[in-house]
Design a protein around this ligand. Structure first.
Ligand code: B12
Ligand code: SF4
Length: 445
């Protein structure tokens, strides 16, 4: 008999969470591969704002907005943090009712995202255990990959699968059912992956797309290579076909790119992809909440992006300190940034459209460096956007972060939370950070 698998996108427990075109893309990708192997797949999304049992906050028409949330008690380790803590997503009673309402699955696959979101994952697993006792639970995703030991010891899952799910599937299915999959997409050929199963999330107002996995850079604070391995790309026609598929089949007009390196070597992929989008006359909007590379921007690429419908553009700049730029990986310089923003303004973008990410709270970083970076971004004509540093185990900067942090980030992933500014010092206080945030938010003139 066909085996039934339940896939679950867990709650987020945090001080803050915002739905910036979010989607459980990894889980949906895995769902399609499981279907190809003949499994019946169902999905419960704990972050489903469309659940009939809640009155969700209003969303922007482009597909972003607030999650439904309920304030909950802080975990013990965060007791002294003077901020409210919430469970983002549907209330537990609704989740449990949904679980009891569906046919009993043969196994459950739970995903995970930020390392410090594990309490939401654990609560999800506890609820699954209560509602569906005896059904094996597999945990994968970013937290499971970056904190495998912690997840194995504490999550309560029967199997913790690190790394890309497609690669882990043969082992997982063998352990669960003593079966081997007949189809596994080739990690080297991204065009062999079926489209992520967005049909499992009916009523969506946006679909997330990836044109590549990984990144050719190795910035010292980034986990891309730990999570996604070597840089690989899909063919541009396959990507545009997918966008057209969602647009035609479900009327989706907003798309978010989750790539780590969408604009790297643009002549090889991004430029022909955008030309193809234009040629097919797609009336869609594209959003890039994950930082894009500024280095290869020129007048013609900026104009093409504007005409092809790229509406939300954010760039990974991180710092105006030339020394730190080199030390952390050398992905962009100040000159390249200034030139790139000029091209984007010339192409028709307003300064407010051009979000420039600035990392705040790196080990050894001073408040004045962040201030200078904010001033620099504004002087270029872009909008500075502060992103607080979250230390990630296994990254080159990790040891430095462990030494710099007043928190025990090695033992407790909750302390990776960017809201804490985990590597702040007595010279760079939380108050200074608040001031910098306000400075970054000041209207552009
Ligand atoms: C897209 C993205 C975002 C999007 C949102 C994504 C979303 N779903 O909501 C945006 C831009 C909004 C975002 C924001 C942030 N992000 Co982010 N983001 C990513 C990114 C680039 C891709 C994640 C992704 O969807 N990948 C695509 C899918 C296909 O891969 P996947 O999820 O890993 O799934 C695969 C496997 O994990 C596995 N798998 C997944 N689930 C399961 C389940 C089972 C059972 C199994 C077996 C396998 C399995 O199989 C899947 C398919 O191969 C990652 C970096 C990366 N390369 O992964 C960073 C990353 C996760 N983000 C990170 C950070 C720091 C942030 C911010 C805190 C930045 C900041 N300071 O503001 C914010 C926080 C947002 C918030 N508070 O709400 C860090 C994580 C830090 C941490 N400690 O965990 C990462 C790793 C980037 C980095 N710095 O290296 N992010
Ligand atoms: S360029 Fe971006 S995705 Fe690539 S390693 Fe650096 S921070 Fe990570």
């Amino acid at each position: 008999m066909q085996k039934r698998l339940l896939l679950v996108n867990p709650w987020i427990n945090d001080f803050a969470a915002y739905d910036l075109w979010s989607a459980p893309l990894g889980l949906l990708s895995l769902a399609s591969t499981l279907r190809e192997n003949g499994y019946e797949v169902a999905l419960v999304d704990c972050l489903n704002n469309l659940h009939r049992g809640i009155r969700a906050p209003k969303r922007a028409s482009s597909g972003k907005g607030n999650f439904f949330k309920e304030e909950i008690a802080k975990p013990e380790a965060l007791r002294d943090v003077p901020r409210k803590y919430s469970r983002y997503g549907i209330p537990p009673a609704l989740f449990e009712a949904d679980l009891l309402d569906m046919p009993r699955p043969d196994a459950i696959f739970v995903t995970s995202m930020m390392t410090y979101w594990y309490p939401g994952v654990f609560e999800t697993i506890e609820t699954l255990r209560r509602a569906l006792p005896g059904v094996p639970v597999v945990l994968g995703g970013n937290y499971a990959t970056l904190c495998t030991g912690h997840a194995t010891r504490h999550s309560g899952a029967d199997i913790v699968a690190a790394g890309e799910g497609e690669k882990a599937l043969p082992g997982v299915l063998k352990d669960l059912f003593n079966e081997l999959p007949s189809f596994i997409p080739s990690a080297e050929d991204l065009d062999s992956y079926p489209y992520p199963a967005f049909d499992l999330l009916p009523g969506r107002d946006q679909v997330s797309v990836m044109t590549s996995r990984g990144c050719p850079f190795r910035c010292s604070y980034c986990a891309s290579h730990l999570l996604s391995g070597e840089f690989r790309r899909r063919s541009l026609i396959a990507v545009v076909d997918e966008i057209e598929f969602w647009n035609r089949k479900f009327g989706i007009r907003n798309f978010s790119f989750y790539d780590d390196a969408l604009l790297v070597e643009p002549e090889a992929r991004a430029i022909p992809m955008m030309e193809e989008i234009l040629q097919r006359g797609m009336d869609c909007s594209f959003h890039c909440p994950n930082g894009l590379h500024l280095r290869n921007m020129d007048a013609s690429l900026a104009s093409l992006m504007f005409r092809a419908g790229f509406r939300t553009i954010r760039f990974g700049f991180e710092t105006a300190s030339a020394l730190r730029q080199t030390d952390t990986g050398g992905k962009v310089t100040n000159e390249e940034t200034r030139d790139a923003v000029a091209c984007l303004l010339e192409a028709g973008y307003r300064g407010d459209d051009i979000g420039i990410y600035i990392l705040c709270g790196l080990p050894g970083q001073s408040a004045s460096e962040v201030r200078e970076s904010i001033d620099f971004a504004r002087s270029c004509g872009g909008r500075p956007v502060i992103t607080e540093f979250s230390p990630i185990p296994g990254t080159p900067i990790w040891k430095e972060a462990v030494d710099a942090s007043p928190y025990d980030i090695e033992e407790e992933p909750l302390y990776h939370n960017n809201t804490l500014l985990p590597c702040r010092t007595e010279e760079f206080t939380y108050g200074m950070y608040q001031e910098l945030k306000n400075l970054a938010r000041r209207p552009l003139i």
